[in-house]
Design a binder for this molecule. Structure first.
Ligand SMILES: NC(=O)c1ccc[n+]([C@@H]2O[C@H](COP(=O)([O-])OP(=O)(O)OC[C@H]3O[C@@H](n4cnc5c(N)ncnc54)[C@H](O)[C@@H]3O)[C@@H](O)[C@H]2O)c1
Ligand SMILES: O=C(O)C(=O)C[C@@H](O)[C@H](O)[C@H](O)COP(=O)(O)O
Ligand SMILES: [Zn+2]
Length: 374
């Protein structure tokens, strides 16, 4: 398979840092050829987690070896807690142990956790090595492997330490999703829905009718992934470092990230896509409370996410949410805060999201008190 015979190719236009996202089945088995086309003559570190390693590491290692690419394999524990200083230190040490040079590559083979962690390591080792994304979750294929946000979490909040650092190539092997647990597939679907809710109402309506085919692996799945990548690539090309429009990709994340932090990043309680699903419903409900949108929109969004098996309210989180003020504490650490003012992504209806600046904290607090108590 070449770039032209991948089922879909989406280009992220960033001048001399532009790159392709190849989407389709079987790309991991041909990874060596694709990587050596873009980065001839390199060695590489493959960073992955212990679940993904069982299913897909040997395929990638062998393919790279066949193309003459020598590799070091770095396997970290699966799950959000690996987006930590401790695991970053381990990954960095192992890359240096392997004496990889700046011109060599760090390959992220896994979900968003691995992409964010390995991408940050690539950004800081020798002040920037080549970076390749091989996303193996739906979430990573439609969102985290694209656009160059890398980083780790802090006890203070999500993704608070990181860098913008673009990959040289993204290989989204849609057959890799066959081994993904159903819960993780649903979680990734929340980010697909997000693109419809931001500014693609027709895409949202299409998703409402096509979720079962996407779930079951019909051609609609590749179409949904490619449409999501096109949506993200568009935004990233016009605002790489979130000076403006890129913040729209944060729909549902201000509440969602606070929920993940409240759950102490424990995937047994909540994974990122689930936090985003709840967060998007809360963003629509909050918009209705502010008389910006109709409550019917919030109901429509919740109905579709529920239909896809995602959580849409705080019922499952109650024991982990102390009070409105502890949630507000996390929200104040959000990266969209400017000069102390809260900025949210709110909506005027399905597909009509916008950046709301200087949202009164008293309104947010009142909303949270209604939801979770004082
Ligand atoms: N950088 C960005 O732009 C961006 C965008 C969205 C989300 N994120 C981040 O991504 C992370 C969430 O990513 P995620 O949902 O992919 O989680 P994840 O990386 O934890 O993967 C989810 C689970 O699926 C397993 N897994 C992955 N691929 C598999 C496969 N093919 N078969 C079997 N098991 C597999 C993993 O081991 C893990 O247990 C969060 O940290 C979030 O903040 C970043
Ligand atoms: O790429 C972006 O920009 C996004 O906001 C995509 C989000 O889905 C993703 O979760 C991102 O990591 C959140 O970014 P953050 O800057 O709020 O940490
Ligand atoms: Zn996200």
């Amino acid at each position: 398979m070449t770039a032209s015979d991948a089922a879909e190719t989406v280009r992220v236009e960033l001048g001399d840092r532009s790159y392709d996202i190849l989407i389709g089945p079987g790309l991991l088995g041909d990874a060596g050829r694709h990587v050596s086309t873009v980065l001839p003559g390199i060695r590489a570190a493959i960073v992955t987690d212990d679940n993904v390693a069982q299913h897909h590491l040997e395929t990638v290692r062998q393919s790279l070896a066949d193309a003459g690419i020598e590799t070091a394999e770095i396997v970290v524990p699966a799950g959000e807690p690996s987006k930590s200083f401790a695991t970053l230190q381990e990954v960095v040490s192992r890359i240096l142990d392997a004496r990889l040079e700046r011109g060599d590559a760090v390959i992220a083979l896994g979900g968003g956790v691995i992409g964010d962690l390995a991408g940050f390591a690539a950004a800081i080792v020798r002040r920037g090595m080549n970076f390749v994304q091989m996303p193996t979750t739906l979430l990573a294929q439609v969102d985290s492997s694209v656009g160059g946000k890398t980083g780790i979490n802090a006890p203070h909040g999500k993704n608070l330490v990181g860098a913008f650092y673009q990959p040289r190539l993204v290989l989204a092997d849609t057959a890799a999703l066959d081994t993904l647990p159903a819960r993780e597939f649903r979680a990734g679907y929340a980010e697909v829905v997000k693109y419809g809710l931001i500014d693609r109402p027709d895409f949202f309506a299409w998703l409402e009718g096509n979720w079962p085919a996407i779930r079951d692996g019909g051609p609609e799945r590749i179409r949904a992934i490619a449409e999501s990548c096109r949506a993200k690539a568009d935004v990233v090309a016009r605002d790489e470092r979130e000076a403006g429009d890129r913040a729209l990709l944060n729909l549902g994340h201000t509440f969602g990230h606070a929920l993940e932090a409240a759950a102490k990043y424990d995937p047994a309680i909540l994974v990122h896509g689930e936090g985003v699903a709840i967060g998007m419903v809360l963003a629509h409900e909050f918009s209705a409370r502010m008389n910006l949108a109709s409550p019917d929109d919030a109901r429509r969004v919740a109905a579709h996410l529920e239909n896809a098996g995602l959580p849409t309210n705080l019922d499952g989180m109650k024991t982990h949410l102390r009070d409105a003020d502890s949630m507000l504490g996390f929200i104040r650490q959000d990266k969209k805060v400017t000069r102390g003012a809260l900025n949210f992504i709110l909506t005027r209806g399905v597909g009509r999201s916008f950046i709301a600046k200087d949202v009164p904290e008293s309104e947010v607090r009142g909303f949270l008190v209604d939801k979770i108590g004082q």
